[in-house]
Design a binder for this molecule. Sequence first.
Ligand code: A3P
Length: 296
Amino acid sequence: CRDQMHIPRPDVFDFEGITMIHYFTDNWEKVQNFQARPNDILIATYPKAGTTWVSYILDLLYFGQQSPERQSSLPIYERVPFLEFAVPVIPPGTELADKLQTSPRLIKTHLPVQLVPKSFWEQNCRVVYVGRNAKDNAVSYFHFDRMNSVQPEPGDWNGYIEKFMAGNTVFGPWYDHVIGWWEKKKSYSNLLYLFFEDLVEDTGRELEHLCSFLGLSTPIEERERIREGVQFDAMKKNPMANYSTIPVMDFKISPFMRKGKVGDWKNHFTVAQNETFDQHYKRWMKDTTLTFRTEL
Ligand code: A3P
């Protein structure tokens, strides 16, 4: 890991109806006015749903055969800029995106669908959304908040799970996020909705889905090479994919590539917490056709 940089833990506030921190709103004017290009690809997720995994897959699909230097020297957060990121450890996401020389540009966002800059829709950009079941998503977010000083203090797990259920984690309610993007699919056909659980179950099959959505005819041998390169253990060891080069995360508390599993929530939820969570979940999710798997 690089030396840690002192970044003060932010407070949360309400921003356009969702819980936010200033590190994601300080550059808001430029975010909102961001000029997307028709061949940009937007990777959208609720935090900790598999953003880095899918970003790395897309990067390899498009640029894996290019210069070995890119593969060995450019970390994933520079290859795939995080649009709303405005933390002074690296240039703001909009600036990194504007500077990208590659085409297509791959751009990451955690914004709920209603806050996405309108140029992405106007340009009919392709969008890949990744959803992850709420329980594992909450556990992963908890550990991430513990180790990442850009995020607010998470407190203990018991308090955290309440906060998650109340929709007060950064980027707002998981529930509204996954449903909002799911609903968008009805009116916007250039959107592929993937699931973390499907990726774990059969990465090769999901790679095929991605290729057909993106209109790529990546040869089987190359797809197989990518499938191997994006397995959890390979990415965990890869300093260009594992965030070890960014100075705001303390891997001694929890590594970015933590477990990469479906069902780790069982090691965190008490029986009582699980019952409360399930009841609450049913209420929030009662009107949607969207379903998740919490185990494989
Ligand atoms: P865990 O904390 O459950 O391990 P994001 O990139 O959206 O921040 O998501 C991070 C989560 O995705 C972490 O989950 C991380 O371990 C997991 N992840 C990243 N790459 C993965 C891979 N190749 N295989 C499985 N899980 C992966």
